[in-house]
Design a protein around this ligand. Structure first.
Ligand code: HEC
Length: 230
């Protein structure tokens, strides 16, 4: 039988080859993106903080510093600043802030607290109701930047309600007895969180708020008082 002229669009060979090239290209792109992402999401160290090196995910000792969330003109959204802002978009890493009475938590101690908090957040399944770094539910407030929520600060209601003198103590007290301090229409149930677990969870939340999430969650900066205390 004579060879029939086949239009290129109807040729199996063409589609097989195209599928091969597209799959190959996508695999290479994914590999490249993976290698590009890993250093960006790798947690920094105390040495980075000491040397003024900004990491997207700062080291655990970030809990010894004041964290603020301010508008970056260059990037068009809020970014977390650690220990002060030099006015040019860089963290100063100088302004310390006591965390449960200390601003000298060592790298091991701080990492241990974060670990405790991470395990606690998994054991008590905060994501069942809250969102953390884009994962979870929207039944309750997004926790990614909860540490920066002004309602925990001196101008908010929680320090007074819990009778605590600092933000971290107020947050820990809330986590141990959430159903005692309802503020919204929905109440957080008691999850059997111990005082020790609560300290870890608050460290976990403080560290999470220092992560540069490219301005996510988007609506956070619009919360009154959340940005520059205004
Ligand atoms: C069963 C659902 C549920 C679970 C599970 C849950 N929460 Fe909540 N949480 C809520 C609700 C509802 C609120 C709002 C309560 C209010 O405002 O009175 C809340 C409020 C909060 C707040 C204050 C919100 C803010 O903007 O600062 C924090 C912090 C918090 N939860 C932390 C946690 C942590 C940490 C866990 C996991 C250990 C957790 N929650 C697990 C329902 C839940």
């Amino acid at each position: 039988m004579a060879n029939k002229e086949v239009n290129v669009w109807g040729s199996n060979r063409f589609w097989q080859r195209s599928a091969g090239w597209v799959t190959g290209f996508s695999a290479m792109l994914l590999l490249w993106l993976t290698f590009d992402t890993v250093p960006q999401i790798t947690m920094g160290t105390d040495a980075d903080i000491q040397n003024g090196i900004t990491k997207r995910v700062p080291g655990p000792t970030v809990i010894n510093y004041e964290i603020t969330y301010e508008m970056s003109e260059k990037r068009g959204h809020e970014v977390p600043y650690i220990g002060g802002n030099d006015g040019k978009g860089n963290s100063l890493f100088t302004k310390k802030e006591k965390f449960f009475g200390r601003d000298d938590w060592t790298e091991e101690e701080a990492a241990e607290l974060l670990h405790l908090g991470k395990l606690g957040s998994q054991a008590k399944n905060c994501m069942d109701c809250h969102t953390l770094l884009g994962n979870g539910a929207y039944y309750a407030p997004d926790l990614t930047k909860a540490w920066l929520d002004p309602m925990w600060g001196p101008e908010g209601p929680y320090m007074g309600m819990t009778g605590k003198a600092t933000k971290e103590e107020a947050m820990a007290e809330f986590l141990v007895n959430p159903s005692q301090y309802p503020t919204h229409a929905r109440m957080m149930p008691n999850l059997g969180i111990t005082e020790k677990e609560a300290i870890g969870l608050v460290a976990f939340l403080k560290h999470m708020s220092s992560i540069d999430t490219n301005g996510f969650p988007r609506n956070f900066g619009k919360i009154k008082g959340a940005v520059n205390g205004k």
